[in-house]
Design a binder for this molecule. Sequence first.
Ligand code: NDP
Length: 328
Amino acid sequence: MTTFKALVATKGETAPNLAFTDFAESDLMEGDVTVRVTHSTVNYKDGLAITGKAPVVRRWPMIPGIDFAGRVEASDHPGFKPGDLVVLNGWGTGETHLGAYAQKSRVKGDWLVPLPAGLTPAEAMAIGTAGYTAMLCVLALEKHGLKPADGPVVVTGAAGGVGSVAIALLAKAGWHVIASTGRAEEADYLKGLGAAEIIDRNELSQPGRPLGKERWVAGVDAVGSHTLANLLAMTKYGGAVAACGLAQGMDLPMTVAPFILRGVALLGVDSVMCPKPRRLEAWQRLATDLDREKLAVMTTTIPLDAVIETGKAIVEGKVKGRVVVEIG
Ligand code: NDP
């Protein structure tokens, strides 16, 4: 029997039971491509799955991990052959389909994106779902017609994964980036990524007025709740905020005032079921636009054995930037 190393989660009373085990290849789920996973990452959602703080896992037992990069080992899919380097984000991986924290994964070839030229598998996972989502947010703002000459852009959850990549991408594109963070000690880090101004997240996280002073024309929000409400209330006439996250909360306590009095738009961003053409566009743009030195500055590398403690740390807001998991 062929086995490989995997982190397996079984249903527990309050949190999943987690154990590194030798997993039988014959127990992998249905799919037309088998991938030797070389790298994964720890996203906020992985932290939620590992701690059980939100019902991310919907099939037991589960191998957690929502994204990976690796090399195709076997394929019945016309788009992929053994040896191809690939990236996978979402599609229920680590939620309903056995996921990334393992040396092997079997998935639908339609879920895979070829690793873009110029990116290594490690860099692809330094970007990970957080960075790919940041790119989707930037694309959403661009498709809304916004450009740097229109005014500043605000990025919330700035020192986190989505926030760090969004700052680097927006600064490179010429935006004046206002970074909102609860970690004042990370000001130099954020300026290094390209932030022009740093604001304390407490300015945005309390209940606010229906409309405020117009401070920015665009926003990338990883936080939700009052923060997103205040972002919209302070967005200039005709501007837009791309919303992808809920680090503060899932609620959105606001009025319609920014929409009906300032024509502000709220652009929803989902990475999990995002159609393939948009994924390919996002990964292509990441390969060409993201400064590799900045990516290296925001990245920490850990072995697979460290994903449990890192998953706990990310939901406590203690992880800076991005984490690459070397699967080994
Ligand atoms: P990180 O933990 O890396 O970043 C989140 C950041 O949010 C933290 O670093 C912190 O930034 C800030 N934050 C944390 N707690 C609070 C709080 N209570 N109030 C205000 N700010 C807070 O996570 P990711 O970057 O991986 O993910 C960010 C969010 O985006 C998550 O909610 C995640 O679920 C979501 N997401 C959604 C996707 C989608 O498809 N829509 C895909 C990927 C992520 P700082 O310390 O700078 O204040």
